[in-house]
Design a protein around this ligand. Structure first.
Ligand code: SIN
Length: 275
């Protein structure tokens, strides 16, 4: 197994078949996942049952509350965009399930149907972004907590409900909020990580909305600089596995008139502690 750093975030893992890896390779993979927080794989043969088996070998599965699930398994979420649909799932920067008290640890995304061009996924490295924050900003966010929500997306009149994505979504009654430290200590690597994201973080606890918005926008402008982000071009057989505690992602919506289907399995995490 070979692990090569990829642009500004993550690493490409080669010489490994996820479906048939040995227990020793699984240990090496865990180490790479802790070190990089984002792994890319090419030329995998990972049908739904093998996708599930890999996920179960790595951790325990947690099911998304809103997405449709695959006919293959209720544990596989479909990230689907039909040919005639305008809006895509995950088209803005976010990290999965930060609105839960115990956010998801990681997500394993497998390409099933790809557009001829476009549909890349962009990623951001939140550990590197935290390290590079100016010291006055580090001081400003130390000890803060932030509120994360899904109501503005999936609740009644939520942003997604007003689009042509609505028919694919369920769970309007399952919306809710959670609060987390703004700087977390990553549960495995111990690194300090900035844990707010544009999709789900709505404000800082004890701050008003406008004040929160101004600081969040400053943090987001920092994270989205090219030195902390990268883009992954999907090919048949591609798989990505990201750590939701130290990355963001967003799916480009630049393939109107074509379909795209990805299978996502999300792995359960643990409560997040302040750094
Ligand atoms: C997601 O937000 O999990 C989907 C990412 C993608 O479709 O590329």
């Amino acid at each position: 197994m070979q692990v090569s750093p990829f642009k500004n975030c993550g690493a490409v893992v080669s010489n490994l078949q996820l479906a048939t890896m040995t227990d020793t390779e699984l240990v090496e993979l865990r180490n790479a996942f802790t070190e990089y927080g984002l792994l890319f794989f090419r030329d995998q043969d990972l049908p739904p049952q093998e996708h599930l088996r890999f996920a179960n070998r790595f951790g325990s599965i947690v099911v998304n509350k809103f997405f449709k699930t695959s006919a293959d398994s209720p544990q596989i979420a479909e990230v689907r965009k039909e040919k005639n649909q305008q809006t895509n799932i995950g088209g803005g920067w976010h990290t999965d399930h930060s609105y839960d008290d115990i956010p998801a640890m990681g997500s394993i995304l497998v390409a099933r149907t790809l557009p001829k061009t476009g549909g890349d996924t962009q990623f951001a490295n939140l550990a590197a972004a935290y390290d590079a924050l100016p010291s006055d900003l580090k001081t400003k966010i130390e000890g803060l907590r932030a509120i994360h929500s899904n109501t503005h997306l999936y609740g009644e009149n939520g942003l997604y409900r007003l689009t042509d994505l609505n028919e694919q979504l369920g769970g309007m009654d399952r919306v809710g909020d959670a609060t987390h430290p703004v700087v977390i200590k990553h549960p495995e690597s111990g690194r300090k990580v900035l844990y707010v994201n544009p999709g789900h973080t709505i404000q800082f606890e004890g701050w008003d909305f406008a004040e929160s918005r101004a600081l969040l926008d400053e943090l987001y402008a920092h994270v989205t600089q090219p030195q902390f982000t990268c883009s992954f071009n999907w090919l048949p057989g591609s798989v990505t596995f990201w750590d939701n505690r130290c990355t963001w992602h967003q799916a480009n919506n630049d393939y109107q008139g074509q379909a795209r289907l990805m299978h996502r399995i999300t792995l359960a995490g643990s409560a997040l502690d302040a750094a």
